[in-house]
Design a protein around this ligand. Structure first.
Ligand code: NOJ
Length: 751
């Protein structure tokens, strides 16, 4: 072969190799090292790598230490003392036979020490840049404790606010969740996962967990494949494309198959279609929970089903370590399957640089925890996460005119509860509440009265309410901080009734009767049904549990040092009887229009009739209290001249669109402009609207800007009647607006 040709072939081969390597996250040298290690491992050591055990986080546990030494543990979770992490790691690296380092995991969900708003609040910022920076900060703080793996982001689409875990995700929309998930993965893993300040992301819970029937956690889901692929799976694919190194299975069974034993999800979709090369961990004991599911008959059977389906690591069910050896020895499971699982796990350990750099600098945390720039970003994120749902002009409060201000309500000074769910490491005493922030910033020139009125969000004792009412009479304005304690949302904390707890509702009603301006702030982990309370309030700010810096963020918004810009990442129903209620529902044959509530109009003994002819409730209509994407500002915005460059597009083309956005109010403010489309006719029915893009745009009062956006036509693709990902020719509507129900549609066609 001529030299030139050989050279060309070599060049092409190496190019192909490096492309594949980039796509799959594997490289030849590492794979060789892994093969070498696997060839030296006993069956028991392989099981060890596939076994994850929780540490006590209270001292070095001698039994755990012994197990690590014997090669029976590949990962620990819940140990955040850097000295103890190093002690366990030293045993793994220096005393176990093969010296394979541990990977140390933790639920770092919305910050480690510096706590950011719950993910639902992060989603309300519609600002992936702050979300990515926040995840970077979480990684910097967690890795200073020795944690190199977080069980985050949670990418479960949630269309049911009764489900407590709605707080942990980015809401009901697939596109918004995908954008935020990608941002978090990039933040956690940084540009190089081997950087000691990076940690591996774990996308969870795969899949469909947020669709739990009735909004009850751990309950079954029934998601047909088209819906699964159009709505629930895309955020996972996007996060894995962004390089997420691990994935966790979910607790639910979908259509009868528990996720931890679901070969279709874990092999066909994840490995074959998406080429995932990281590892899959079960959720906490979800391997053996296949027994109560009625899917596995005993722990050995559960281990068999999970390994076959593609679960590489068993979190805390001990089924792998106890039963895989016998299953392999008896020929039920080929050792090759175990080798694959171990390979996936070791690959991530190599990617994290754990072999070269297994230990944490035990003094690092002193400079890192609650660093000033961390607190600053937490404040910015909290500020941008607050959604103003009503304002009759009461806000912002004029600090020069208010002489006496009443601060009341159980969430005004509740540092534990404003942090929100899934906070293991953030501390109350580092948390600034609204009461403290307002006193610090305004206490010198405003007389601040404080009456908590209720001890906590479920307190119904009326005596405190009476005191608050008396104080309100002496005040020029009232700030009432309500909501739910952090423990009322999150894992296993679901609610059937989403009304504000009764005592708080009575408090707001009593305060408005005094006749002073009432500003209600709700801090919660989910949308609550607050129709009455909105009516009773002159202004209402909704803060999904806002974290460490929630107080200063709210203080700045209330007094106009910041202008609200958050938008709802989830629909707010009028009543939980309307659930599921989400903006991107399919078109029905009798679409709902207007807001009919016909219950009272129906005459007695009325004959059978298809009243109103639309899909609605007699007693509640079908509109929500607030739609997805909604949020007010102290300013106002006008969208004009929305134009597309063409009327007809080919499938490979890009839509170029322009519009003018004008700040028509008096404040410099940020609008979150949103792009929605509707595919009018399809081989299957399509949603009334779908979010396809958004941008935060800041304008001065009176300023107008022509905004240019592009939308590739292939973004209109969906799973068609044959389950193929297709853009179908036909007519589409497009909206550019400030929420999911406003704006006039512009028509275009795809041929
Ligand atoms: C159970 C939860 O479902 C999961 O999200 C979490 O990461 C694990 N426990 C570990 O704590």
């Amino acid at each position: 072969m001529p030299l030139k040709k050989t050279f060309l072939i070599l060049l092409c081969t190496s190019l192909i190799w490096s492309c594949t390597q980039q796509q799959t996250g594997t490289d030849r040298e590492t794979e060789k090292k892994i093969s070498r290690l696997i060839s030296q491992m006993t069956l028991e050591e392989k099981m060890g790598q596939m076994n994850q055990i929780s540490a006590s986080n209270m001292g070095v546990d001698q039994r755990l230490a012994e197990a690590i030494k014997n090669g029976q543990v590949g990962s620990i979770l819940n140990e955040v003392d850097p000295a103890r992490v190093n002690a366990y790691q030293k045993i793994a690296v220096e005393e176990s036979r093969l010296g394979i380092p541990l990977i140390v995991g933790r639920d770092v969900i919305h910050g480690f020490k510096t706590i950011f708003p719950v993910p639902l609040g992060m989603a309300a910022t519609f600002n992936p840049a702050v979300v990515e920076q926040g995840a970077r900060i979480a990684a910097r703080e967690a890795t200073a404790s020795g944690v190199r793996w977080t069980f985050s982001p949670m990418l479960d689409i949630a269309r049911d606010p009764r489900w407590g875990r709605i707080a942990e995700g980015f809401g009901e929309d697939t596109y918004l969740t995908s954008v935020m998930g990608e941002a978090m993965v990039k933040g956690y893993q940084g540009t190089d996962p081997a950087d000691p300040a990076s940690m591996a992301a774990c996308v969870k819970h795969f899949a469909g967990y947020g669709a739990a029937e009735g909004g009850r956690d751990y309950n079954s889901t029934f998601i047909p494949e088209r819906l699964l692929r159009n709505v629930y799976l895309p955020p996972f694919q996007k996060a894995l494309d962004a390089g997420a190194l691990s994935l966790m299975t979910s607790f639910n069974d979908n259509n009868g198959v528990p996720s931890t034993g679901n070969t279709f999800l874990l092999r066909n979709v994840l490995r074959d279609e998406w080429n995932f090369t990281g590892f899959v961990v079960s959720d906490w004991s979800s391997v053996t929970e296949m027994i109560p599911h009625g899917f596995a008959k005993d722990p050995a059977h559960a281990a068999y089903l999970a390994v076959k389906a593609g679960v590489d690591m068993d979190m805390m069910s001990f089924a792998y370590i106890n039963h895989l050896p016998e299953l392999v020895k008896e020929g039920d499971i080929p050792e090759k399957l175990l080798n694959e699982a171990v390979r996936n796990i070791l690959r991530v350990k190599f990617r994290l640089g754990l072999f070269e750099n297994p230990y944490v600098d035990e003094n690092l945390h002193k400079d890192v925890f609650y660093a000033p720039d961390h607190l600053e970003l937490a404040k910015q994120t909290a500020t941008e996460s607050v959604v103003m749902l009503k304002n009759d002009g009461t806000l912002p409060l004029d600090e020069t005119r208010i002489k006496t201000l009443l601060i009341t309500g159980p969430m005004a000074d509740a540092p534990h509860d404003q942090l929100g769910t899934w906070v293991f490491d953030g501390e109350e005493n580092a948390t600034i509440t609204p009461l403290k922030a307002i006193r610090d910033a305004h206490g010198k020139y405003i007389r601040i009265l404080y009456e908590p009125a209720l001890n906590h969000s479920r307190d119904n004792d009326p005596s405190g309410i009476r005191k608050a009412v008396q104080a309100a009479r002496r005040a020029d304005a009232v700030l009432v901080f309500t909501g739910e304690e952090s423990i009322l949302s999150g894992e296993a904390h679901c609610l059937a009734n989403l009304d504000l707890q009764e005592g708080q509702s009575r408090l707001i009603e009593a305060l408005q009767a005094v006749g002073k301006p009432v500003v209600t702030v709700v801090m919660a982990g989910r949308p609550l049904t607050i129709q009455k309370e909105t009516r009773w309030s002159n202004a209402l700010l909704y803060a999904f549990h806002p974290g460490t810096m929630g107080g200063p963020a709210l203080a700045d918004l209330i007094f106009g040092h910041e202008v609200p810009s958050g938008k709802l990442p989830v629909t707010f129903p009028l009543s939980s009887g309307q659930i599921p209620l989400y903006y991107n529902h399919n078109r029905t044959g009798r679409p709902f229009q207007g807001n009919e509530t016909l219950l009272k109009d129906i005459p007695p003994k009325a004959g059978q009739t298809s009243l109103g002819n639309t899909s609605f409730y007699l007693d509640l209509g079908a509109d929500p209290l607030f739609p997805f994407g909604y949020g007010l500002s102290y300013s106002s915005f006008a969208y004009t001249n929305i134009t597309l460059d063409k009327v007809t597009y080919g499938k490979d083309e890009v839509i170029e669109l322009n519009f003018d956005l004008t700040n028509t109010g008096k404040y410099t403010a940020t609008e979150i402009a949103q792009l929605y489309i509707c595919d009018i006719t399809g081989s299957v029915t399509r949603p009334v609207r779908e979010l396809k893009f958004f941008e935060r745009i800041t304008l001065n009062p009176g300023e107008s800007r022509t905004v240019n956006w592009t939308l590739p036509v292939n973004e209109l693709a969906f799973r068609d009647l044959n389950m193929d990902l297709t853009v179908e020719p036909g007519q589409f509507e497009l909206w550019v607006a400030g929420d999911s129900v406003s704006g006039e549609p512009v028509l275009f066609e795809v041929h």
